[in-house]
Design a protein around this ligand. Structure first.
Ligand code: FES
Ligand code: FES
Length: 167
C-alpha cells in the first residue's frame, strides 16, 4: 500500500464505501471527485458560504473544512441522499423548495437543504426567526431568503406565516 494513503471506510447515503485516500484529501473533494457526488457544491472553501454542507451522523458539517479521514466510520448524507432515503421521492422540504420558488441559480441550494433538513428535524416547531438564524451560515447571492424561509415554513405546514406578516 502507498504509505501516503489511508484506508477509509464510511457510509455515504446509506451505502458502505471503502477507499484509499491521502490524509490531505478534503471531504468535499472526496465526495465530488472520488464518488462523483457533485451535488455538494464548493464555493468559498473556507467555511463561510455553507455551499458544501453535508450531514455527518445527522448533523450539518462543512465538507470543505473536514478531512475525509476524519470520517472514518461516519454516516455521511449528501443532497443526493435525501431523496434516496425517501424511497426515491423528493423530500417534503425539496418539494417545498419547488413549490415556493426557493430555487434560483441553485448553487447554494444543496447546502441550504442539508442545513434545513437537520434543523427542521430537531425543531419541528421552529419560528421564522429561528429559521433565519439557522440560515445565517448559508450564503445565497440570488435571493433575499424570503422564498427559502417560506419553503421551510411550508414544510412545517405554516406557509402562510410570511404572507400574513407582510400584509
Ligand atoms: S465551500 Fe465550504 S463553506 Fe464555502
Ligand atoms: S440560489 Fe443562487 S446562490 Fe442561492
Amino acid at each position: 500500500m502507498n504509505p501516503h494513503v489511508t484506508k477509509l471506510e464510511l457510509s455515504v447515503n446509506g451505502n458502505p464505501v471503502s477507499k484509499e485516500v491521502e490524509p490531505r484529501t478534503l471531504l468535499s473533494d472526496f465526495l465530488r471527485h472520488e464518488l462523483s457526488l457533485t451535488g455538494t457544491h464548493v464555493g468559498c472553501e473556507q467555511g463561510v458560504c455553507g455551499a458544501c454542507t453535508v450531514l455527518m451522523d445527522g448533523l450539518p458539517a462543512r465538507s470543505c473544512l473536514t478531512l475525509a479521514i476524519q470520517c472514518q466510520g461516519v454516516e455521511i448524507t449528501t443532497v443526493e441522499g435525501l431523496a434516496e432515503a425517501n424511497g426515491g421521492e423528493l423530500t417534503p422540504l425539496q418539494k417545498s423548495f419547488q413549490d415556493c420558488h426557493a430555487l434560483q441559480c441553485g448553487f447554494c441550494t444543496p447546502g441550504i437543504l442539508m442545513t434545513l433538513t437537520a434543523f427542521l428535524k430537531r425543531n419541528p416547531e421552529a419560528t421564522e426567526e429561528e429559521i433565519r438564524m439557522e440560515l445565517a451560515g448559508n450564503l445565497c447571492r440570488c435571493t433575499g431568503y424570503q422564498n427559502i424561509v417560506k419553503a421551510a415554513l411550508a414544510t412545517l405546514g405554516r406557509a402562510s406565516e410570511i404572507a400574513e406578516k407582510s400584509q
